[in-house]
Design a protein around this ligand. Sequence first.
Ligand code: SAM
Length: 281
Amino acid sequence: MSKTLLEVLQATTAYFHKNGVESARLNAEHLLAHSLQCRRLDLYLQFDRPLGDAELEPLRERVKKRAQGVPLQHLLGTSEFFGRVFASDARALIPRPETEQLVELVLKFRAELAGGAILDLGVGSGVIALTLAAEWPEAQIHAIDISPDALGLARENAKRLGLLERVTFSESDLFEKVDGSYDLIVANLPYIARATIPTLAREVRHDPRTALDGGDSGDEILLRLIVDATTHFRPGGRLAIEIGHDQSARLADALARNGYHDIECQTDHQGVQRFLLAKYG
Ligand SMILES: C[S@@+](CC[C@H](N)C(=O)[O-])C[C@H]1O[C@@H](n2cnc3c(N)ncnc32)[C@H](O)[C@@H]1O
């Protein structure tokens, strides 16, 4: 016997609750809308619509995977970031809302740096570099990542957003294969202490390990970045990085010791010290 859309939505929500999925109803709505190829809010206009097996079959598989902890974004194949839709899969980190704030902070330098050269270190799916390319049309943007998989996804996103001409991509371990100088270096690199990774939410463990693992202390890659970046700034260059919740004091100290100035820590919307800004030269 066929069920109505509302019955399917309620049953899926209950199943998600039982299996510890956060925001159970919202997840159910997203998956149902994705399966029916409609907008989420359009579900509300068709609660009485009967759903047959042909429509329910692809949904069942996704619901099962979501209940097992596969992230919603991997099941939808997309993530939203700064008002744009990015392809999202296991090749790169699922973009986080905090990182939108990093982009907002960086966009404040637009008037000062105008047609400046920007380096995005650890591009992942491309959200920072491509959002800057779209929002800051006169900037020249170079994006690097150590992971060829992430670079493949970032290039696909560049193509999808019509921004392939605006960003150059290269594979490199930090600055190893980078010889340019930049007005702005922005980075959301891994900052999680290795021992903490197994304790993270099951969804986070679907992110690539290379996107999370910040070494034993969590800030190993960021400390390396702070030192290595000093030979890649143009005069008056700026650094903007996302950091772990307990890393601001140590990293601000490393910035000061390495000749940076105007060091500033900014909190995210949860009040966590999440971003460090600094100038060099
Ligand atoms: C936390 S993810 C962030 C991805 C993206 N910037 C974002 O905000 O969604 C960190 C990225 O840095 C890359 N990465 C890790 N170590 C790196 C290194 N030594 N050099 C360059 N990229 C690195 C990872 O492959 C991953 O794509």
